[in-house]
Unconditional design. Sequence first.
Length: 228
Amino acid sequence: MQRSRRRVSAAASAVVSSLLLALSLSATPAQAATHHPIVFVHGLSSSSSSWDDWIADFKADGYSSSELFAWSYNWQQSNVTTASQLSSYIKTVLSQTGASKVDLVVHSMGALNSRYYLKNLGGTSYVDDFVSTAGVNHGTTTASWCSWLYTSCSEMYTGSSFLTSLNSGDETPGSVSYASYWSNCDDALTPDTTAILSGATNVEVGCVSHTDMNNDHGVYEQVRDFVA
């Protein structure tokens, strides 16, 4: 009789333990997926609206509006000035979101001011992933058409003192993860391989035009996976 009671008691204890475990698990709230905020930086003769397609894609893939920041700036000014303004903007984003770092996704000349920020203004402390799409990382001779008009454009011309300084030493400084996506038929970049960054994940995406590089969905999927 005592053995029978002990068995019943043990069984009851097991049931109670199982119930308590189930309750404790169900009481734990589901954690929503979180991401680093993304700051998008456009290029020459462009604006934040050039990122509309990709922002829509990121939202469709689970990002919220409060995690996506397309930034506009005066593209005619020196990339040094723009880099300083980008530094202030990123600090504002971090303060607003409570995040410790952002991901930087840039297009064309946006690679120059963003990389200046990373190399010279302490940006590596605040950036997790850096993605260059059709970045004019080592200059392009096609900038000759505007180099006499705009400071930013003269800095983009192959062999400029700005580029020489920017690319001296480590092209991918800090603990940031770098990627560069480039096209083999980019008429704006001469040569196409100017986009390649030493120390980065460099990806040739095939024949995509310069202006389509930051709204092409196939390129987007690769960028999304990299920053994820």
